[in-house]
Design a protein around this ligand. Structure first.
Ligand code: ZN
Length: 314
């Protein structure tokens, strides 16, 4: 088997891509990863010849290099040294975890650099090559646990998708996840597929005070605060949609409301809703009623941090 360095490069990139896809819990990614790894191992197990085009590019001082990384000067001029990306670091860590690593010889220097977080891309490929050819340890055959990212995606699907339409077995798995279980990568990927198949949770309808039936939103009308900005969330005239206005204070502390957009766009969630206590604190701090934006003038209101009418709305 003879492969060029370019082929090896492509196979290596494919492995990285697939490893990332597995991290993301994409369906079928594990099989793709194994194929890409097998291909790369086959290349590296045979004769690898230098790809002349690649070598020429590598030595071209005018060659554009990707941005980022430390400036580095060598005999070819100035370039940026890129350290490994998070994705590559995860891939290398997985190899380290699943191979029998000898105490001496081979790419010990690169391995040490990796552990210190200073490994650059060039040495990363040497390290990966070396690791791929090492024998697998017993951990390699154990099912891998889902990454935090995949688990996070699964949790978001559990919230948004129609869990009730899953099979009983899958519903039980969802229950485990809700109770804080950490499933394997395979189970997570399967469950993500199943949740995608059943579609979104049906929209719950509620009667708005205008009498109309509207989609139940987790966010209700009221006063919110997010990233130090105060928002008033209210229904549109038709009573079908919630939108947010932003409180803007002038130099004297007189407030006005500026259209900010839909609740989703602004990113408001129930935990951003202000309590009466928080409204009072705001009023005491700025001398402005947080609910209506008016300057507090009445002595009692200044004391309370909020006007009596507005306080009754909380
Ligand atoms: Zn007020």
């Amino acid at each position: 088997m003879t492969a060029t360095t370019f082929q090896v490069e492509i196979a290596r990139e494919a492995v990285e891509e697939c490893a990332a896809a597995v991290e993301n819990g994409e369906p079928g990614a594990q099989a793709d990863l194994e194929r890409a790894q097998a291909l790369l191992e086959k290349y590296l197990g045979g004769v690898v010849i230098e790809d002349t085009k690649n070598v020429a590019a590598e030595h071209d001082p005018n060659r554009k290099r990707p941005e980022g990384g430390k400036i580095h000067r060598n005999q070819y001029g100035v370039c940026r040294v890129r350290t490994v990306s998070d994705k590559q670091a995860r891939f290398i860590q997985n190899l380290i975890d699943t191979r029998v690593i000898p105490a001496t010889g081979g790419e010990q220097v690169a391995l040490a650099a990796f552990r210190q977080g200073t490994l650059n891309l060039r040495h990363a490929s040497d390290l990966i090559e070396w690791l791929l050819l090492l024998p697998k340890n017993e951990k390699a055959d154990q099912p891998r646990l889902a990454s935090e990212k995949a688990l996070g995606f699964l949790r978001s699907l559990v919230e948004s998708q129609n869990v009730a339409a899953l099979s009983e077995a899958d519903q039980a798995k969802v229950e485990h996840v809700r109770n804080g279980a950490h499933p394997t990568a395979k189970d997570t990927s399967d469950l993500i597929d199943a949740l995608k198949r059943v579609g979104k949770k049906p929209v719950e309808m509620v009667q708005h005070r205008s009498g109309k039936m509207v989609a139940k939103s987790e966010v209700e009308d009221g006063i919110y605060r997010k990233d130090d900005v105060v928002y008033k969330v209210q229904y549109n005239l038709a009573g079908t949609n919630l939108y947010a206005k932003r409180l803007v204070l002038d130099e004297e502390g007189n407030g006005s409301w500026e259209y900010a957009g839909g609740v989703r766009k602004v990113g408001l969630t129930p935990e951003h809703k202000m309590t009466l206590e928080q409204a009072k604190e705001f009023g005491a701090l700025y001398g402005t009623c947080v609910a209506c934006g008016r300057r507090l003038t009445n002595e009692e209101s200044i004391e309370a941090g909020i006007g009596p009418v507005c306080a009754s709305k909380f």
